[in-house]
Write a protein of this length. Structure first.
Length: 183
């Protein structure tokens, strides 16, 4: 059985990355997450069914179940937007935005508090040979990983401060003023 979860920052420890952003709220019925639509053209009604996940399919993870479903010829809903970092999940979240994690947990992340967004000068960008980079910023001993190598004109990093946690929010080629964001 699939439950739609309303997640708060405390619940984030339970999700498994990568997380995939869905285009809208999907239908859920007996462990099957899907999109269904009907269109009418010249009196002819066409229906379209696309599965996101079927938890009764063979496999322990979303990816394994989707491979099983596609090998059976079942049309799948394309998962285009993978999210690997908490900062990206926070940026993309909204009241009508739904996600599914790598275990097939469907959720809507609810922003319940605020955090300071401070901007720090980038001291060093260390490229990773397999892609992406490690970013070092002034005044913070923690390093941050990004999946894409920032451009050479990247000057600062936006860091969310929530309690004792620091979360990379973005890399910028200009230095904005510190602000606050809902998280």
């Amino acid at each position: 059985m699939v439950l739609l979860l309303k997640m708060t920052p405390i619940d984030l420890a339970n999700i498994i990355y990568p997380v995939f952003k869905l285009s809208s709220k999907p239908n859920v019925d007996e462990g099957v997450i899907f999109y269904y639509s009907e269109t009418e053209r010249n009196g002819v009604v066409k229906s379209k069914l696309s599965l996101v996940d079927d938890q009764s399919a063979k496999g322990d993870t979303l990816a394994a179940r989707r491979l099983s479903l596609i090998s059976d010829g079942i049309p799948l809903y394309p998962l285009k937007n993978a999210i690997f970092f908490l900062g990206d999940l926070i940026k993309l979240s909204g009241p009508q935005v739904y996600f599914i994690d790598s275990n097939g947990r469907l959720f809507n992340y609810k922003k319940t508090s605020t955090a300071k967004l401070k901007f720090y000068k980038i001291n060093r960008i260390i490229p990773i040979t397999t892609g992406g980079a490690i970013i070092e910023v002034e005044k913070i001993p923690q390093r941050f990983k990004v999946l894409q190598l920032p451009s050479e004109d990247s000057r600062c990093a936006g860091i969310l401060h929530s309690g004792m946690s620091t979360i990379l929010y973005g890399v910028y080629n200009y230095i904005p003023e510190d602000t606050v964001r809902r998280i």
